[in-house]
Design a protein around this ligand. Structure first.
Ligand code: SF4
Length: 226
């Protein structure tokens, strides 16, 4: 998993570095300058501008298709780099009440009758799906929680909650695109798993969600004083 993240991190950096590299190549007609600019971008890391992430996504997406790439390489790149950037900039500094834990509706057990999209606390935490444990996690850490059926509702919840940062759970396709759409709100992403297929009874690794929240959270007041 860690190796996968490192791969996507460097893949993203390399795609990023193509843009200044091509510009330099056009201006100077020099392959050496082109290569040098790619190396420099890789050494100095990410641009602060999200636009490069969006451009990289839209370049990599058709390229991955053309070369027969399966899966969600472009989305994985956005998730890895976007999360990295969010944690680098905001890690350890966000009050829990200003973090929004944004979940997809497909985590809810398909035959559960509780209406949780407008109020997650309608869940009675019966243990048949991850929603109950995620509510326990939100209670324990003090973060806000919202459950969305799609991008429109997700954007509405982000607008209403006005978080400093979001921890979002979704499938790679929705998460990658959602992280780009959420700009300028920073997002740290966690991919769900889909043991019975897309959009039905999905699962998520709760310790990973908890780790993401704690990486963003500022320490409790007592700890900061000590
Ligand atoms: S934990 Fe139980 S009550 Fe809550 S959403 Fe899942 S199935 Fe429904």
């Amino acid at each position: 998993m860690k190796d996968n993240c490192v791969f996507h991190y460097h893949l993203g950096l390399t795609v990023f570095s193509l843009f200044p590299g091509v510009i330099v190549l056009l201006l100077t007609h020099s392959l050496i300058w082109f290569l040098a600019s790619m190396v420099l971008v890789n050494i100095f890391g990410l641009s602060r501008k999200n636009i490069f992430l969006a451009i990289s996504f839209h370049v990599l997406k058709p390229m991955a298709g053309m070369f027969g790439g399966e899966g969600f390489v472009a989305e994985e790149m956005v998730i890895t780099l976007g999360s990295e950037k969010t944690l680098k900039k905001f890690g350890g500094g966000v009050p829990p009440g200003r973090i929004l834990l944004l979940l997809p509706h497909c985590l809810q057990r398909h035959d559960c009758q509780r209406r949780i999209t407008y109020d997650p606390y309608n869940c009675v935490r019966c243990g048949r799906c991850p929603i109950g444990e995620l509510l326990d996690l939100a209670d324990r850490t003090g973060v806000k929680i919202a459950i969305a059926t799609g991008g429109t509702l997700a954007r509405r919840y982000v607008k209403e909650a006005r978080p400093i940062a979001v921890v979002a759970v979704a499938c790679p396709r929705d998460l990658g695109q959602g992280m780009l759409d959420a700009h300028p709100v920073p997002v740290a992403g966690v991919e769900n798993t889909r043991p019975v297929g897309d959009c039905l009874d999905t699962q998520v690794d709760i310790p990973t969600v908890e780790r993401r929240i704690k990486e963003l959270m500022s320490p409790p007041a007592a700890e900061t004083q000590g």
